[in-house]
Design a protein around this ligand. Structure first.
Ligand SMILES: Cc1cc2nc3c(=O)[nH]c(=O)nc-3n(C[C@H](O)[C@H](O)[C@H](O)COP(=O)(O)O)c2cc1C
Ligand code: SF4
Ligand code: SF4
Length: 277
């Protein structure tokens, strides 16, 4: 729990009003067990008299990023599937993860951890295991014995399309030794406890998005790899190879590296439809 030093408190009530958990009784300086450790009270106190339960009080510096800067950053951000044969230094990978202290999570539960896969052997192993899992999954779903049952429960599922997908997957695997990981030198796996009620998948994708933005500003490139989540998301069979403890599952994955390609034009995509209500 943060600690309020009432000696310097002016009773401005800013912390009380900004606390999402209604956990502060300023008269006594007591913070209740409802506290979600979000640190809003630390951040808002004009007297810097609320002390965090983790780390120190760090004054915010002015942020020079303009709306135009951010829009330009977003415009240049593309999924990279073409990487230089160059390692990303360990310090940089750790820096990417350290920045996640700024990222939000549902109810500030912060249950996610990050496994950094950074040796060529492990990246290759992850690539291989993902391919194998997906091909096995496609084979099962499209088999003449199983597909009628699947059709029964999911009548809209296009089995023919899945068969074509499987074929193309097998063909591409023969042509490319890094079809899933795109020959990237490193990969971040965002994992956390298996949870039916939590919002860890949303948290993981937000964390991966923060990482993407930060990586890009460092001259790196990234690509979300949903295939890994699909292949391993539900089964933790191979997790031990990548330092993921039993009981955890992968919720998002991101390859990281120095890009080989440079884009000159913005993408030609439409903004989403809008409804004003
Ligand atoms: C949740 C998610 C999962 C994705 N999974 C993969 C993947 O497994 N392999 C891949 O090459 N790209 C993957 N992508 C990248 C998308 O294909 C890409 O974002 C999209 O085609 C738009 O291109 P852009 O990111 O360059 O703008 C994924 C993107 C997201 C957001
Ligand atoms: S850390 Fe967040 S939830 Fe806890 S007392 Fe401060 S503002 Fe309230
Ligand atoms: S924000 Fe700081 S000064 Fe204001 S009431 Fe809370 S602890 Fe006191």
């Amino acid at each position: 729990m943060p600690i309020i030093d009432l000696n310097n408190c002016t009773r401005c009530l800013k912390c009380v009003k900004d606390c999402p958990a209604f956990a502060i009784t300023i008269e006594t300086g007591v913070i209740s067990k409802n506290c979600i450790h979000c640190g809003h009270c630390v951040a808002i106190c004009p007297e810097a008299t609320v002390f965090p339960d983790h780390g120190e009080i760090v004054p915010l510096r002015p942020n020079p990023v303009t709306a135009e800067d951010f829009s330009l950053l977003s415009a240049g951000l593309r999924s990279c599937r073409n990487y230089q044969l160059k390692e990303v230094p360990e310090e940089m990978l750790l820096q990417l993860v350290a920045n996640l202290r700024h990222a939000p999570s549902a109810s500030n539960t912060r249950q996610l951890e990050v496994a950094i896969v950074h040796t060529p052997e492990k990246v290759q192993l992850l690539n291989h295991l993902t391919e194998e899992s997906l091909i096995a999954l496609f084979s099962l779903v499209t088999s003449p014995f199983v597909s009628p049952f699947i059709k029964l429960f999911s009548p809209k599922l296009d089995i023919q399309k899945l068969r074509r997908y499987k074929k193309s997957f097998i063909r591409r695997r023969k042509e490319n030794t890094s079809m899933i990981c795109h020959h990237a030198p490193a990969l971040l796996l965002f994992h956390g406890p298996v949870s039916k009620t939590g919002m860890l998948e949303a948290d993981a994708n937000i964390w991966a998005t923060y990482t993407t933005l930060y990586a890009h500003s460092m001259g790196l490139a990234t690509c979300f790899i949903g295939f890994i989540v699909k292949a391993f998301g539900k089964s933790g069979k191979h997790n031990h190879h990548f330092g993921i403890p039993p009981g955890n599952r992968i919720y998002a994955s991101l390859v990281v590296g120095y890009p080989k390609v440079k884009y000159k034009q913005e993408c030609s995509r439409e903004s989403p439809a809008v409804t004003m209500v």
